[in-house]
Design a protein around this ligand. Structure first.
Ligand SMILES: [Zn+2]
Length: 393
């Protein structure tokens, strides 16, 4: 039988878009020319881990064809024992490493998993179940600040004790920028002398925080923000979303599939109404009203607060678009509230106002107190958009 390797189709069933990455990985798999370590770089939510999991599943697949020494037509097969185990993220040859809370005080156990409280263990299990269900789920857990040295040591120990088994073993290291010095150096030793059958897949959204010695030992693949139209089409295909909501969520996503799906699960139009109401209140410039708004937003929780900021930013951008080129955006002219707001704020510095909203979002990510963030933001927005004494025209 001739080698059909080049003809095998590699399915990246969970990955959305990223055609270039797909192509490179597929070629590597079918031609059996893969490096020992990949580093997937790119913004949050664009599919780095979805691709890592798809790649791992493909490498670990043991389809009937492969057992007979043939190349299967489609990989991964999705039916073999290996694929079934993988779907639960419970494959014995997969190690999924991500930032976890430090083990209990005084614990010397290398297998840190045994050292967590029941509640923590439950959180970890729930997160992994969510990840198995949706590979775009961020592997973030309360108190999980860094990738633990214990986990890297356990890996080294494991690879020292067990030898080549005939198949791949795959290590996915999520958020590789969260390796602190000691753990990073321990991990580097693994990368320097990789066992023959091990594939490392590192992911990171923060290239500048990675050790250059780690980066240089990996084949780097860059993931891009997804085009809005592609997100819209995929939301319609994969989730049967209607045209209007798909378009809305895609525009809010900032090119992140994870964000798009998150908005799809909520009611962004209703949330947007809250933002419009808020801006109306803010127009009044009454300090008492402003204090009430600060309380409302600050108490909303950081997820909700962030949503409101994303929507505020979108609203301001839309108003700006309508003011600069109304003919190019006829749909905005249909929105009576937007048109009214635009008339009221014409000539104001929208770019500066949008920047203030972005700053507030960054402050929230840096754990600045929500009340302080809201207070500063509202004051700046009011000055930039409504205060007649500081008008630019
Ligand atoms: Zn399979």
């Amino acid at each position: 039988m001739t080698d059909k390797a080049d003809n095998a189709e590699v399915r990246f069933e969970n990955l959305v878009g990223q055609d270039r990455v797909r192509e490179i990985l597929s070629r590597g798999i079918t031609r059996k020319r893969l490096p020992h370590a990949f580093l997937f770089l790119g913004p949050d939510g664009v599919g780095k881990e979805a691709a890592a999991l798809d790649l791992a599943k493909t490498l670990l697949c043991r389809s009937d064809h492969q057992r007979r020494g043939q190349t299967p037509e489609v990989l991964p097969c999705g039916k073999c024992d290996s694929c079934t185990q993988f779907a639960k993220l419970a494959h014995h040859s997969l190690r999924l490493i991500f930032p976890l809370p430090k083990p209990k005080e005084g614990s010397t156990d290398e297998a840190a998993a045994d050292t967590y409280t029941g509640a923590q263990q439950k959180q970890i299990e729930e997160l992994l179940a969510a990840k198995a269900n949706d590979p775009y789920t961020p592997l973030i857990i309360p108190g999980g600040q860094e990738i633990l040295i214990e986990h890297v040591r356990a890996l080294r120990q494991e690879f020292r004790l067990t030898s080549f088994s005939g198949g791949w073993r795959v290590v996915i290291l999520s958020q590789a920028d969260r390796l602190r010095v000691e753990a990073a150096n321990a991990f580097l030793k693994l990368l320097e002398e990789p066992p023959d059958d091990v594939m490392f897949i590192l992911t990171s959204s923060h290239e500048s925080r990675l050790l250059s010695t780690i980066v240089s030992r990996c084949q780097v693949l860059r993931f891009q923000q997804l085009p809005i139209n592609l997100i819209m089409d995929e939301l319609k295909t994969r989730f049967k979303a209607n045209e209007e909501k798909a378009a809305y969520c895609a525009r809010l996503s900032g090119g992140s599939w994870h964000e798009a799906v998150r908005w799809l699960g909520g009611d962004p139009s209703a949330e947007m109404q809250k933002v419009v109401d808020f801006l109306r209140e803010l127009v009044r410039g009454d300090p008492g009203v402003r204090d009430n708004l600060v309380d409302t937003w600050a108490q909303a929780g950081s997820g909700e607060f962030t949503n409101l900021l994303v929507l505020t930013s979108k609203w301001l951008r839309d108003v700006q678009k309508y003011l600069t080129s109304p003919d190019e955006h006829p749909e905005l002219g249909q929105d009576a509230a937007l048109v009214k707001f635009a008339r009221f704020t014409a000539g104001r510095d929208f770019s500066a106002a949008i920047e203030e909203v972005e700053n507030a979002r960054l402050d929230l990510m840096r754990n600045v107190q929500p009340a302080l963030v809201a207070h500063r933001l509202f004051l700046h927005l009011w000055r930039k958009l409504f205060d007649s004494s500081s008008a630019t025209v």
